[in-house]
Design a protein around this ligand. Structure first.
Ligand SMILES: Nc1ncnc2c1ncn2[C@@H]1O[C@H](COP(=O)(O)OP(=O)(O)OP(=O)(O)O)[C@@H](O)[C@H]1O
Ligand SMILES: [Mg+2]
Length: 311
């Protein structure tokens, strides 16, 4: 008997499936279509000049706070040298970004489920600079990052300390940059240093400053006023004050327990400070800028790779 001319749809799907490379199929299956009218993801890079000022703690707690407010959040640990967001969450990732860059794993396969539905992409040590990635590795990473747009409302990027090319690239690529400083003169000088570089490289960047470990709100206000004044006077650049977080022993205890502060001690002064920042300031950025979202982020990030365009 001859084969029927009109094949049943199941047969067509099965045949197509065989022809498509399994890697591509996995990606297509992983994609959740965007709901009509749903907003694009906002990318936020958290950085500082000086190390140890509270970047990772802030990323973890901002993530929880946003998730508790009903937002979908993905954390990308872009501290490629000394990745440690997993330590704050008390999780041990089996795989990390390097498995996506080097191997055939998808971001979905390496993403770890954190509390409140937060997804975490663990950074990998091995490559300290994005620019070191080979073209093929860069394309693998970009191919995967594109799919995050439909899965999240916020992509929070934790960077390492210092002013490496990678850190600057993630800053330039994001919709918003949060620079964290403490009240110490060295930390302030380094915060100014990174703001100067960002303002030179991308004058239209949206930079917010968060003062951590303050003794009083007044101290935070004074630092904001000082930094804003020098940025405006010497760099002709506007920075947005994001508020301040008090010095709080609970933060230290939370880290020792490997539980983010928002869950360990939600009524503590620092947790209250973080909640205030999220509720009062996170509506600031326009949601409908066509250049924003993961696509805009990747478009800008692409420039820093040897490989050039991700297309
Ligand atoms: N508001 C705060 N009150 C008290 N301690 C704090 C506060 N914020 C952060 N810390 C402490 O500062 C230390 C460094 O925090 P964290 O690891 O988040 O900094 P980091 O900027 O990510 O460091 P690195 O540059 O090494 O990545 C932690 O031990 C944490 O407990
Ligand atoms: Mg850190």
């Amino acid at each position: 008997m001859t084969e029927p001319i009109i094949k049943p749809i199941e047969a067509i799907i099965a045949e197509t499936r065989k022809q498509i490379h399994p890697y591509v199929f996995k990606r297509l299956e992983a994609r959740t279509p965007r709901k009509a009218g749903s907003k694009i993801a906002r990318t936020i890079t958290v950085t500082s000049g000086k190390g140890g000022v509270g970047k990772t703690s802030m990323v973890a707690n901002l993530a929880i706070c946003l998730a508790q407010a009903g937002q979908r959040v993905i954390i990308l640990d872009a501290d490629l040298g000394l990745a440690n967001i997993d330590v704050i969450f008390g999780i041990r990732p089996k795989h990390n970004l390097m498995d996506v860059i080097n191997g055939n794993m998808t971001l979905d396969e390496i993403m770890i489920q954190g509390p409140n539905g937060i997804q975490i992409i663990a950074g990998g040590s091995g490559v300290s600079e994005l620019a070191q990635l080979e073209t093929e590795q860069a394309h693998k990473l970009f191919d995967q990052l594109k799919f995050l747009e439909d899965k999240t409302d916020y992509l929070l990027i934790d960077t390492g300390a210092g002013i490496s090319d990678s850190v600057i690239s993630f800053c330039q690529a994001a919709d918003q940059i949060i620079v964290i400083t403490t009240t110490e003169p060295t930390s302030l000088a380094d915060a100014y240093g990174i703001i100067k570089i960002i303002s030179n490289k991308r004058p239209d960047s949206h930079v917010s400053v968060l003062v951590n470990r303050v003794d009083s709100p007044e101290e935070g206000n004074e630092i904001h006023a000082r930094l804003s004044r020098v940025a405006s006077e010497f760099l002709d650049f506007e920075i947005h004050p994001l508020g301040s977080i008090p010095q709080d022993r609970q933060m230290h205890l939370a880290i020792r327990q490997q539980t983010p502060l928002m869950l360990f001690s939600p009524m503590s002064p620092a947790a209250a400070g973080i909640r205030k920042i999220v509720s009062s300031t996170f509506h600031e950025i326009p949601e409908d800028n066509p250049n924003e979202g993961i696509e805009g982020f990747l478009g800008r990030l692409t420039k820093f790779f040897k490989g050039g365009s991700s297309q």
